[in-house]
Design a protein around this ligand. Structure first.
Ligand code: AHR
Length: 512
């Protein structure tokens, strides 16, 4: 009878009636490094990201701060191990004149933030404030230069101001403003979205503009070893990548950017919290599309750069919804639910699995804007589900990717399907193996069987992020509704690991 039941079950599996999720990998095949720079974030002068989010001012006596930067935000980002932080934009970057943000704060000119709400800023958060803050957080700065409305001279002055150790007009100005030693700034963006808010340029024109800026920022031989990043394609604009790769010499290019947001419809994005399953499905379709984007942009880059010298830098990604009711539409403030946890987990898995080319990325944005990891309200701060996913996943930083094969069930909505399971695995310098798994299925638990080859793995433990409803989120009233918990759903027998994944959950396992 037992034998018959087994045969029957096997026939059903063969017919696809009872499907299975199967993963397999060989631990000894771990080779390519998952750059920790994939775990970068983005801080634009937009809404309450900088002002009120990171920075509350030196004179603030109710919110504990260091030089005006919130202590709670610094501590949370340190724990998150954010690898780099991009600033000051975004669209804002191509309107920003850095010299307005240095020197005595009461003498700085104001500026109008034309892209984001038309608000007047007092320039009290400038270059020193940002770079000192990066030192406090322990993250690498990524400065986005103004190409759209700036000049070559303005950008090379900035490079010299922050980086030059010797005597020069800019280095002396820095000293006069209180900073003797230069900061360490490797990452430089040469404009942002040059095809849109950065100047509405055509790729052929921008390629020439880029060559000019890149030349004076450091020279042909890149003697100051800065990592120059060209403004990249908007989602599936493959022609942009083609033209830039064809026209920019490889020795002038450290990285080529790519921006892709998970959005349903730019004119009707839908709510951040009270969304339907249909809207969830559509957003997940957009998020998983990142895989196809990375594959296609990489294939173009491979034609011109088969040795993969140039990094694909996905320096804006994340979910984009309608702003919360009653908030300034120009401030892009949105809540963050389990749906965002699904986007984060699946997207990071995609980046890991393509880490030979994707070597840097930036979630948009860090605090109070779009898919934020932190939300603040006066003296209160909460961590979002996205924060927790990125914290659980940071064990992959600088570990070696273990390539895996995956065969999984579909998550079906109406007549459409998406793969239910997303996964990636890595081995770190202590030989610990980590597997991150996401079950995006809104309704079904998924049983995953993982066949392990190589290594000598004996134990498994892990953490899970899950909740009762997809729309669940942390709020200022209930800040810990969603947080990682120890995971009991994995068992290791010999070389077979069995994992039970609840609907819309993220699991990170550690094997040793
Ligand atoms: O992240 C918000 C905006 O989205 C950025 O300023 C811009 O680069 C992109 O269009």
């Amino acid at each position: 009878m037992k034998r018959f039941a087994l045969l029957f079950a096997n026939s059903l599996i063969a017919l696809g009636v009872l499907a299975q999720n199967n993963l397999s990998f060989n631990v000894d095949a771990a080779k390519t490094t998952i750059s920790r720079q994939i775990y970068g974030h983005f801080a634009e002068h937009l809404g309450h990201c900088i002002y009120g989010g990171f920075y509350v001012g030196e004179k603030n006596s109710t919110i504990p701060n260091t030089n005006g930067v919130r202590n709670d935000v610094i501590a949370a980002l340190k724990k998150l191990k954010i690898a780099n932080l991009r600033w000051p934009g975004g669209c804002f970057a191509d309107t920003y004149h850095w010299k307005d943000g240095i020197g005595p704060k009461d003498k700085r000119p104001t500026m109008v933030n034309a892209w984001w709400g038309g608000v007047t800023e007092d320039n009290s958060f400038g270059t020193h404030d940002f770079l000192n803050m990066c030192e406090l957080i322990g993250t690498e700065p990524y400065l986005a230069g103004n190409v759209g409305s700036g000049t070559v001279q303005e950008l090379i002055d900035w490079v010299q101001y922050v980086s030059f150790a010797g005597k020069s007009p800019m280095a002396d100005l820095r000293r006069q403003n209180g900073r003797e030693k230069p900061w360490r700034v490797s990452f430089w963006g040469v404009g942002n979205e040059a095809w849109g808010c950065g100047g509405n340029m055509k790729p052929e024109y921008y390629a020439d503009v880029y060559r000019k800026y890149a030349t004076f920022m450091t020279g042909w031989s890149n003697e100051t070893k800065i990592f120059r990043i060209a403004s990249g394609a908007n989602s599936k604009d493959y022609n942009w990548t083609e033209v830039l790769m064809k026209n920019i010499p490889l020795n002038m290019l450290g990285g080529l950017a790519l921006h892709h947001y998970s959005v349903i419809n730019w004119n009707k994005k839908g709510p951040a919290v009270d969304f339907t399953e249909e809207q969830y499905f559509e957003i997940m379709k957009q998020a998983l599309f990142m895989d196809s984007l990375v594959i296609k942009h990489s294939a173009i880059m491979d034609k011109y750069d088969p040795q993969k010298r140039v990094a694909l830098v996905v320096d804006e990604w994340g979910g984009w919804y309608d702003v919360e009711a009653g908030t300034n539409p120009g401030f892009l403030y949105q809540q963050n639910t389990m749906r965002d946890a699904m986007i984060a987990g699946a997207t990071l898995n995609i980046f890991h699995n393509h880490c030979d080319r994707v070597r840097m990325a930036n979630l948009a944005q860090t605090v109070n804007v779009l898919q934020a990891v932190i939300l603040t309200k006066e003296e209160k701060m909460i961590l979002t589900p996205t924060y927790h996913v990125m914290e659980m996943y940071n064990v992959h930083q600088d570990a070696k990717l273990i390539p895996l094969t995956i065969k999984c069930n579909n998550y079906t909505f109406g007549k459409e399907t998406l793969p239910a399971i997303s996964a990636s695995a890595s081995k770190d310098s202590n030989n610990l193996v980590h597997i991150s798994l996401v079950n995006i299925d809104a309704k079904n638990t998924q049983d995953v069987t993982i066949n392990l080859e190589g290594g000598n793995l004996k134990t498994v433990g892990g953490r899970i992020l899950s909740s009762g409803k997809l729309q669940d989120h942390n709020s200022f009233e209930e800040p810990e509704k969603i947080k990682p918990a120890p995971f009991q759903g994995a068992t290791l027998k010999g070389k077979t690991l069995s994992v039970k994944m609840p609907p819309f959950s993220v699991v990170v396992l550690e094997l040793k």
